[in-house]
Design a binder for this molecule. Structure first.
Ligand SMILES: C[S@@+](CC[C@H](N)C(=O)[O-])C[C@H]1O[C@@H](n2cnc3c(N)ncnc32)[C@H](O)[C@@H]1O
Length: 208
């Protein structure tokens, strides 16, 4: 069946439940931009269902074209604000891995949305976001985070309560990566390839 763009208005619980039955694992990728990396990862891991969330419709529409063109069955694309979507997914402990790479550090990046009076957090990652992660991830599930923004990194890492999480070494994804790249995303390419001595702050934590 032709893939479609989902929104939080769809019955995400039933769609994910039905689709998820066919796959060994379910992973979530937040802020997928044009989806180039998601499509690569999806292609290399056909037994995993990937859920990609992206706030910008033009961007995620590009991802949809690729998914449709390649007739990929293991990617679900949801257009909207990630925290709001996560709250709508009333399924617990079913995700094995969450990827968040180069998240937008400032809400001023989306003035048109905020000016509509919608309630967005200053940043996607905050205490409430971590609570949602704890609900959605299976025990032993992993959260992967990478950013070029030093302050966002330290702010984020401090939010993890070590009674519920344990930090583990970084491990590369099974996709082709250039030397010095950790995730090979659009933003990483721009950042690492264009800035001399660029540091990508990153961590992995397991939910206990
Ligand atoms: C800086 S880009 C990084 C994109 C990609 N992860 C990468 O590493 O190249 C941040 C992406 O997240 C999206 N984004 C930012 N805040 C979001 C939110 N609250 N919900 C969903 N998507 C969001 C932006 O539209 C953008 O595509």
């Amino acid at each position: 069946m032709q893939q479609e763009l989902l929104t939080e208005e769809d019955n995400l619980v039933s769609i994910i439940k039905n689709k998820g039955k066919k796959f060994l694992k379910i992973e979530l990728k937040i802020g997928i931009n044009y989806g180039e990396r998601l499509v690569k990862i999806g292609h290399n891991n056909p037994s995993v269902l990937y859920i990609g969330i992206e706030i910008k419709k033009d961007n995620i529409t590009q991802a949809l074209y690729q998914v449709q063109e390649k007739k990929m069955d293991n990617i679900l694309l949801i257009n909207g604000e990630a925290f709001s979507i996560l709250k709508k997914i009333k399924l617990n402990h079913f995700i094995s891995q969450v990827h968040l790479y180069f998240p937008t550090p400032k809400k001023s990046a989306f003035p048109s949305l905020y000016s509509k009076g919608l309630e967005y957090h200053q940043r996607l990652v905050n205490k409430s976001f971590i609570t949602e992660l704890e609900r959605l991830l299976q025990d032993g599930g992993i959260f992967r985070f990478a950013t070029d923004h030093e302050e966002y990194y330290f702010y984020t890492i401090e939010l993890f309560n070590l009674e519920n999480w344990i930090a583990i070494d970084w491990s590369p994804l099974n996709i082709e990566l250039k030397k010095n790249h950790l995730v090979g995303s659009f933003c990483e390419k721009k950042f690492v390839d264009e800035i001399d001595g660029a540091t990508t702050y990153h961590f992995r934590v397991i939910k206990l």
